[in-house]
Design a protein around this ligand. Structure first.
Ligand SMILES: C[S@@+](CC[C@H](N)C(=O)[O-])C[C@H]1O[C@@H](n2cnc3c(N)ncnc32)[C@H](O)[C@@H]1O
Length: 321
């Protein structure tokens, strides 16, 4: 099938970015070991039937890297690049704060270069809760090598892919929200980032078919107002945050006020960054009161694995360069 025909077929089926999708599907068919023409026909048929492009080709482009995804798991969305960007800044600030007396904000403002966290004393400890295939954690691990990466999800398949995507230095935890984290990690996370399921149950009818039919409902819906798991995360994170630690949560812009009010009632100061789509925000929470679980040597009770791998990649120049 020639390219214009592929584009026309996809456009007819309602694909908004038909040219891009046609190119990606043709590339995938070329990589097929069987007959390329019938392989392309099959890939197009799956797409026309509503399967997400990323699940068909087995990868998603996210923040400059190609992450494997598989059928049945949540496909990372491009809007989540903002959460990854804010997470990198927060981890960098935490890393710098450990070795300087400056505030986290000063440290974030001072970020001019990507540094290996292990070169600067204790690396920051980062958790991506509700991690799916770990798009945010993978981005943080690549931007700031040496960060202690932890991953949490209740879906074993997603968690396995997240571990694979970040690499062996990450510690994966099968969790219900944060329940199930090892007690030794209590009071020790510098940054907790998450995209909890936040679609209100009543919005199911507005979801595109590729989400409602090909992604698990438990990855999408967050109760009547969409905030059930956001509220749980806010409450539960109090136990796991290090002094000065922050929680970053992606949610819908219309949900911001309710979520921020809830967090403030829980003792957090809330700020936010609006996404480019103007539909989503990253809610940033800092706990007002501080506990200090570090021992007298200013070290965490548990010695964690750290990642000093050679995969250091400068793919986030807009943020760190
Ligand atoms: C919206 S997806 C976000 C995935 C990933 N952060 C991303 O942006 O690609 C929500 C994720 O939360 C997980 N999840 C849903 N309910 C959960 C719970 N109670 N505890 C832990 N994980 C849960 C789902 O399996 C899914 O991977």
């Amino acid at each position: 099938m020639d390219p214009p025909k592929v584009v026309a077929r996809l456009r007819e089926a309602g694909c908004v970015f038909a040219e891009d999708e046609a190119r990606i599907l043709m590339e995938a068919a070329q990589g097929s070991v069987s007959d390329q023409e019938s392989s392309l026909t099959e890939l197009i048929a799956r797409r026309v039937a509503g399967e997400p492009l990323e699940q068909i080709v087995g990868w998603v482009e996210f923040a400059g890297q190609r992450l494997p995804v598989v059928p049945g798991v949540f496909v990372p969305r491009q809007r989540t690049a903002l959460l990854a960007e804010r997470s990198i800044l927060a981890v960098q600030a935490a890393t710098d704060t450990v070795q300087t007396t400056g505030s986290a904000v000063q440290a974030a403002n001072a970020v001019r270069d990507v540094t290996d966290a292990t070169e600067n004393g204790r690396p920051a400890r980062f958790l991506e809760a509700f991690c799916g295939v770990g798009a945010v954690a993978t981005t943080v691990a690549s931007a700031i090598p040496g960060t202690q990466i932890h991953l949490g999800d209740h879906d074993e398949t997603a968690l396995r892919w997240a571990q694979d995507n970040v690499g062996p230095c990450a510690q994966a935890h099968l969790l219900d929200c944060l329940v199930g984290l090892p007690q030794a990690l209590s009071g020790s996370f510098d940054v907790i980032s998450a995209v909890p399921p936040y679609v209100p149950d009543s919005a199911a009818q507005f979801l595109p078919r590729e989400a409602s039919e090909h992604e698990p409902a438990t990855a999408l819906f967050g109760g009547v107002d969409g905030l059930d798991l956001v509220r749980r995360l806010v409450s539960e994170s109090r136990e796991w945050l290090a002094p000065g630690g922050v929680v970053l949560i992606e949610l819908g812009a219309a949900q911001y006020t309710n979520a921020a009010e809830f967090a403030e009632a829980q003792g957090f100061t809330a700020t936010s960054t609006l996404g480019e789509d103007e539909q989503s925000v990253v809610l940033e929470l800092q706990l007002n009161e501080r506990r200090n679980p570090m021992n007298e040597n200013n070290r965490w009770p548990e010695v964690a694995r750290s990642c000093t791998d050679a995969r250091r990649r400068h793919f986030w120049p807009a943020v760190v360069g």
